[in-house]
Design a protein around this ligand. Structure first.
Ligand code: ZN
Length: 198
């Protein structure tokens, strides 16, 4: 016998497994959604489909954007010869919020994790190496200070070293295992200014 209606079960099933959503949270969300006004539910559903249909990777830095080229890459006043490598678009947003970084970015969309079976080919690393064929003076590696972030930083630096391009790593003022997006602007700037050459 089904405890809830089949429709609710289906909804719970779709919600379960989203980041941070276990089966209990999925149930709570499902009932919350059912109790929401129809118009609000429709707006939410449309926003999800809309975002999925219209958001794409920037052709240069691979962040998520509505255009072919994101506003940062399209800005001629940015220093296109300095590339900061981050794990995800949220980290990019964290650095952009400081308003003090004048270079451009490269978004990996993940980090190397042998434990999770994520290898170099599963993140936007080939794309980074391709960009380095252009005129680049420095690559700042700003992956998280987690095990995965450090593994990725080491891997990238080894890859770039032979090209002669300067490779730096943001300072370790960033708490270990800390997600960049949760770190305050002052700490982020200190980490950036205190970066060391690898
Ligand atoms: Zn871009």
């Amino acid at each position: 016998m089904e405890l809830y209606s089949g429709h609710i079960n289906k909804l719970i099933e779709e919600l379960t497994g989203l980041p941070g959503i276990g089966s209990k949270s999925a149930q709570r969300l499902a009932f919350h959604l059912i109790n929401m006004p129809q118009a609000k539910v429709e707006r939410l559903a449309h926003a999800i489909v809309d975002a999925k249909e219209n958001v794409r990777y920037c052709q240069e830095c691979y962040t998520l954007t509505d255009q072919d080229i994101c506003p940062v890459c399209a800005n001629v006043n940015r220093d296109h010869g300095t590339i900061m490598v981050v794990e995800n678009a949220r980290d990019l947003a964290a650095y952009e919020k400081t308003g003090k970084y004048g270079g451009v970015y490269h978004v990996l969309h993940g980090a190397i994790s042998p434990m999770l079976g994520i290898g170099p080919n599963d993140i936007k690393l080939k794309e980074l190496m391709h960009r380095l064929e252009g005129d680049v003076g420095e690559v700042i590696i700003a992956t998280n200070s987690s095990l995965e972030g450090e593994t990725t930083a080491m891997y990238i630096s080894k890859l770039i070293k032979p090209t002669g391009i300067k490779v730096t790593r943001i300072a370790s003022g960033v708490p270990v295992g800390g997600d960049l997006e949760y770190i305050d602007e002052v700490t982020l700037l200190r980490a950036l200014e205190g970066r060391v050459e690898l």
